[in-house]
Design a protein around this ligand. Structure first.
Ligand SMILES: N[C@@H](CCC(=O)N[C@@H](CS)C(=O)NCC(=O)O)C(=O)O
Length: 222
């Protein structure tokens, strides 16, 4: 892919809650090395207020202001940013296009479990509101996603070279591994270490207080 379109990029503003899915877009923006600003939002009812709903009608992060409008849905934002910059994506006629799309969107399969577990362990504050059964099931489903990743990781990166697919799945794993350890998955562990060594990854970890107070949340014994 060539770098066409970069000069046409106007101001970019990421609406972000640290350690949420918007970290995926923040990390990608750092990898792309393009200018952008960040507005940090609290993870609370503010996201359901009229100001934020004008950015994302579902009241979710991320939202990305670009081209005089707001974009939402992490996977869509990743595709648009890669297409507009001509970097870290795979063009429609590229032999790795299908795999790139699969991985970018597989990140949401992982994230849905991380989101359910975040709701259980973090958002629901009263013990009686939580379900140990759901915690256990969702954590097990994270493990199955990790197995899928371990089975398909062959080289240093998900595709022949580093791409936004590594950012997407990597950030999803960062969220999910708070609920299920990477454990005995050596290819995955080495890949995560490579990702964590990237300057753009480190830059994306520095934006404010996050969602989580703990590195790991144990599954209750039921
Ligand atoms: N599929 C959407 C999911 C977005 C999403 O649910 N984001 C979470 C943070 S990780 C959120 O904003 N939750 C706020 C809420 O549910 O109130 C995407 O990938 O953008």
């Amino acid at each position: 892919m060539v770098n066409e379109g970069l000069s046409e990029l106007g101001p970019i503003l990421l609406h972000h809650v640290p350690q949420s899915r918007s970290q995926r877009v923040l990390w990608l923006l750092h990898e792309l090395g393009i200018p952008f600003d960040v507005r940090v939002w609290p993870f609370d009812k503010t996201l359901r207020g009229p100001e934020f709903l004008a950015l994302n009608p579902a009241g979710r992060v991320p939202a990305l202001e670009m081209d005089g409008r707001s974009l939402w849905e992490t996977g869509a934002i990743i595709e648009v940013l890669c297409e507009r910059t001509g970097r870290l994506g795979r063009a429609a006629d590229h032999r790795e296009r299908a795999d790139w799309l699969i991985w970018v969107h597989f990140s949401e399969t992982i994230s849905q479990h991380a989101a359910a577990l975040t709701q259980q362990h973090v958002a629901l504050r009263e013990e009686w509101m939580r379900s140990p059964t759901i915690m256990k099931l969702e954590a097990a489903r994270v493990g199955k996603c990790f197995d899928a990743l371990e089975a398909r990781l062959k080289g240093d990166w998900l595709l022949t070279e580093f791409s936004a697919a590594d950012v997407a799945v990597g950030q999803a794993v960062l969220m999910a591994r708070r609920f299920h350890m990477v454990g005995e998955r050596p290819r995955m562990a080495a890949w995560m270490s490579r990702l964590e060594a990237r300057p753009a990854y480190r830059a994306a970890c520095d934006e404010g207080q996050g969602l989580y107070a703990q590195d790991f949340y144990e599954v209750p014994h039921v």
